[in-house]
Design a protein around this ligand. Structure first.
Ligand SMILES: *Cc1c(COP(=O)(O)O)cnc(C)c1O
Length: 231
């Protein structure tokens, strides 16, 4: 059954293991384990399985598609008011309204046009989701994100022109590269810019991300099993 979601009953144990591994990595790096929060990435995972994670105490979740999230999370959030939902995938301008209404944190702010659209929509809805800027640390042409050397000026634009609540940086290192240098680069940028939160590290490398200062790790398959559907 390795190509299917873990059965629901495995999820509490998987969650515990990931949380333990985060604590170990923090200890090894002389960090306070409470400084790194676990985002359970529930893309492609059905609501009934997500419920198992919620029941075992998990409160932070991440989704990469607005449309998919809209099908699952309004009902789950109604049942569990203290859920914090992060958007970790690309945000198209025509989904900004729904994203602002549903997500507590949007991690993928990556262009001026989106900054403007978010500012207008937040004004309209009277809400202020916290925002992360996605940084393309590998400078991959096909990947979303602001180039590292443009991050400072982009954040200044977001804050000064659009009055946006930028609290963090996020990166997805190139698939085929050692992630450590990307984590180090993101941490250095955040430090230089006085940005508090760092979202980095996935199932394969979250312990390393913790060592480099992650305040959020985004872990999917290590909790929910290998995804059956494409993501
Ligand atoms: C899917 C996804 C993750 C989680 O990936 P796993 O390898 O399953 O832990 C983290 N971040 C982003 C942006 C994702 O799309």
């Amino acid at each position: 059954m390795s190509d299917e979601h873990h059965s629901a009953t495995e999820i509490p144990a998987r969650l515990r293991l990931v949380i333990e591994e985060i604590a170990l990595a923090a200890e090894g790096a002389d960090r306070d384990p409470d400084e790194t929060k676990l985002i359970a990435v529930s893309k492609t995972v059905p609501a009934a399985v997500i419920e198992e994670a919620i029941e075992s105490g998990q409160r932070l979740f991440g989704e990469n598609r607005v449309q998919e999230a809209l099908g699952k999370w309004p009902a789950l959030k109604e049942l569990h008011a203290d859920i914090e939902l992060h958007l970790i995938g690309p945000l198209q301008s025509n989904k900004v309204r729904e994203a602002v209404a549903l997500f507590d944190v949007i991690e993928t702010l990556d262009r001026p046009k989106l900054a403007r659209a978010l500012a207008e929509e937040m004004e309209r809805q009277g809400t202020r989701p916290r925002l992360f800027v996605q940084v393309n640390t590998g400078e991959e042409p096909q990947k979303a994100g602001i180039a590292p050397e443009e991050t400072a000026s982009f954040i200044a634009l977001c804050r000064d022109t659009f009055d946006l609540n930028i609290v963090g940086l996020m990166c997805i290192p190139p698939f085929d590269e050692e992630p450590a240098m990307h984590f180090a680069l993101l941490a250095k940028l955040a430090d230089e810019l006085g940005i508090e939160e760092l979202s980095m590290g996935m199932s394969g490398d979250f312990a390393k991300a913790v060592a480099f200062g992650a305040t959020y790790v985004r872990v999917g398959s290590a909790i929910f099993g290998k995804r059956v559907l494409l993501d």
